[in-house]
Design a protein around this ligand. Structure first.
Ligand SMILES: Cc1cc2nc3c(=O)[nH]c(=O)nc-3n(C[C@H](O)[C@H](O)[C@H](O)COP(=O)(O)OP(=O)(O)OC[C@H]3O[C@@H](n4cnc5c(N)ncnc54)[C@H](O)[C@@H]3O)c2cc1C
Ligand SMILES: *[C@@H]1O[C@H](CO)[C@@H](O)[C@H](O)[C@H]1NC(C)=O
Ligand SMILES: *[C@@H]1O[C@H](CO)[C@@H](O)[C@H](O)[C@H]1NC(C)=O
Length: 418
């Protein structure tokens, strides 16, 4: 529901709810951001600071309930990604912006550094390629360590060799998002929670968004499509930052060339926490060599000293479009996954005790490529791709999307929205 009014949109939405569903109210708007995850929030904050009139539409009751609160909260250095990729560029730039922002605003974060470890002889050369790649991506200060040196740094660690990344760190993503929301609101942005964009259509050259109150979808959803909008918004700028559902939503923008919308795939990652850790076994982030689809089951610490292991990679089926808008994905963490975690973790942490892992939480990666396909890059589509002025679609914003959020915002606002 709209909390504050922008151009009468609140009244319109209310009225529309009471009227016959077939009579949608039409309202103009300046900038609409779809999705209040960390990326949408960074875009909204930046647009608001530029003096634009911003309306954020979020299907959930509050911000940050999707992938943005279901991740490792690691500030990545930018090592892994192919040179010249958006992931590499946005990660390195985003990391700089994020550290600066967190320092200025007093957002809890900690540059604790990370060790990528080789535990078998075949993995040792992979560390050198990662170091080269990192250097090409502009990640400074990477340092190769022999096993004994790394194990002196981390007495519980077992490894043959390690790559030390001092610029990696952790951030309290909730505090970060809270700060972005506050700043956007201070610059007159409006947040409309419990509000779902169910689709849209192209009229002339502009995207008309079809908007419903989420609770009405709950009641009347029943798989009936197309959904009747209660409100049609006609913004100058639309940023589709709907995360896992961004491609499914774009497919419901009638008139948009759907040839350019990538297919959506989903890979869940589970986390387990370490029980009874008064003394965390590690002081740095510890990462194995990356696996297909993810970075490997690694050690993360959060700012409360909680130790967590994860995420693994489990490819899962998607859900239908409206269920995805309502975040009805399966986030369960079955205790049985722990069986695969113990041997993976013991490769670098041999003292891990039986029974010490407790199910934590899970997150789902918004993938654009399927298992065994080449990993895809972030996809940012503006007018040059789809021909619609003012529309920006963000697809496949998986890791390092948290680290990259402020750089993505900087890029799209500079390129498309000012
Ligand atoms: C397991 C895992 C671990 C990760 N670890 C890290 C890490 O350590 N470091 C890092 O940098 N990155 C990490 N990431 C990536 C990072 O979490 C994401 O890139 C980032 O959170 C994406 O933010 P977003 O705003 O694009 O999406 P989301 O947070 O998913 O936000 C999208 C929002 O859109 C809303 N929405 C959806 N459909 C609609 C609709 N139709 N109408 C209105 N609202 C809608 C949703 O409710 C949601 O709030 C990880 C990701 C995963 C899955
Ligand atoms: C959103 O909906 C929930 C119930 O689904 C309700 O408790 C909450 O007050 C609503 N929030 C807003 C801002 O309307
Ligand atoms: C949305 O999902 C429904 C139910 O799965 C399906 O029938 C419909 O074709 C989908 N619409 C689009 C545009 O993908």
């Amino acid at each position: 529901m709209l909390r504050r009014s922008t151009g009468g949109a609140r009244g319109a939405l209310k009225a529309a709810g009471k009227l016959a569903r077939s009579f949608a109210t039409v309202e103009k708007a300046d900038c609409v951001v779809i999705g209040a995850g960390v990326v949408g929030l960074a875009v909204a904050q930046r647009l608001a600071l530029c003096g634009r009139d911003v309306l954020v539409l979020e299907s959930a009751p509050t911000f940050g309930t999707g992938t943005s609160s279901r991740n490792s909260e690691v500030i990545h250095a930018g090592i892994y990604y192919p040179p010249d990729s958006l992931k590499a560029a946005f990660c390195v730039r985003g990391r700089e912006l994020l550290y600066e922002y967190c320092s200025e605003r007093g957002i809890p974060h900690w540059q604790i550094g990370k060790l990528i470890v080789a535990t078998g002889p075949s993995e040792v050369p992979k560390l050198s390629s990662l170091m080269d790649r990192g250097a090409r991506n502009g990640v400074d200060d990477l340092r190769m360590m022999d096993g004994p040196e790394a194990m002196r740094m981390e007495p519980e660690l077992q490894c043959l060799k390690a790559l030390f990344s001092p610029v990696s760190g952790i951030v309290d993503s909730h505090s970060l998002m809270l700060s972005l929301v506050g700043e956007a609101e201070n610059h007159r942005a409006t947040f409309s929670y419990n509000t779902t964009v169910v689709g849209g259509h192209l009229e002339g050259n502009s995207m008309h968004l079809h908007v419903c109150e989420t609770k009405n979808l709950d009641e009347n959803g029943n798989g009936q499509f197309p959904l009747q909008p209660e409100l049609v918004l006609v913004p100058k700028v639309v940023v589709n930052s709907a995360g896992l559902s961004a491609p499914l939503l774009a497919k419901r923008f009638h008139g948009l060339n759907d040839q350019v919308i990538p297919p959506a795939y989903f890979a869940r990652g589970h986390y387990f926490t370490l029980a009874n850790t008064k003394n965390p076994p590690f002081r740095h982030l510890i990462y194995p060599i990356p696996e297909d689809g993810g970075l490997g089951v690694h050690v993360t610490l959060d700012l409360n000293g909680q130790v967590k292991f994860g995420p693994d990679v489990e490819w899962i089926d998607g859900v239908d479009n409206v269920s995805s808008f309502l975040n009805r994905f399966d986030y369960s963490v079955s205790a049985s996954h722990a069986e695969r975690f113990y041997p993976a973790i013991r490769k670098y942490y041999p003292n891990l005790k039986d029974g010490s892992l407790e199910p934590g939480y899970s997150g789902i990666r918004p993938k654009l490529s399927a298992l065994q396909q080449l990993a895809s890059d972030f996809v940012v589509q503006g007018e040059e791709i789809h021909g619609v002025p003012g529309l920006v679609n963000l697809f496949g914003i998986e890791s390092p999307g948290l680290t990259s959020s402020m750089a993505i915002a900087e890029h799209i606002v500079a390129k498309y929205l000012t």
